[in-house]
Design a protein around this ligand. Structure first.
Ligand SMILES: [Zn+2]
Length: 133
């Protein structure tokens, strides 16, 4: 599986999800990190937590494939946290999504105050054009 194939699937998922993370629902970006950060009044370091990544719903290790139905767009933070410290027993995607939703509702997911910024500001998409399929 080539990297560009994954990148294409990631971009398709990004647009399908209206530029929002599959798990936490915050805006994510594909390009122009500086503009994204300045539009939202956050630092580049904070914006980097919201970089769009390709997430396998069913992990490759468990037979999940790089297909449009199995790839979603997730922020770097959510993607990293799903697997952090438990490479062999990460929660399945629906379980993890529920967990993240509960933490978001309590305001206890991303590092300090990041989610609140988006409640105030709304969002726009920072991405290249949709690829040809
Ligand atoms: Zn997220």
């Amino acid at each position: 599986m080539t990297q560009s194939h994954i990148q294409k699937l990631r971009l398709i998922a990004f647009h399908r999800q209206h530029c929002l993370c599959f798990y936490c629902g915050l805006p994510i970006w594909e390009e122009a990190v500086e503009q994204f950060a300045s539009a939202h009044g956050i630092s580049n370091a904070q914006a980097n937590l919201l970089k769009c990544t390709a997430e396998h719903l069913i992990a490759e290790r468990d037979g999940g494939q790089a297909t449009p139905g199995n790839i979603v767009a997730a922020c770097a933070w959510c993607n990293r946290r799903r697997h952090a410290g438990r490479p062999h027993k990460a929660p399945d995607a629906p379980t993890y999504r529920c967990r993240v939703a509960k933490r978001m509702a309590m305001g206890k997911w991303h590092p300090t105050g990041l989610a609140a910024v988006f409640k105030r500001n709304g969002h726009a998409c920072y991405a290249p054009k949709m690829p040809e399929c």
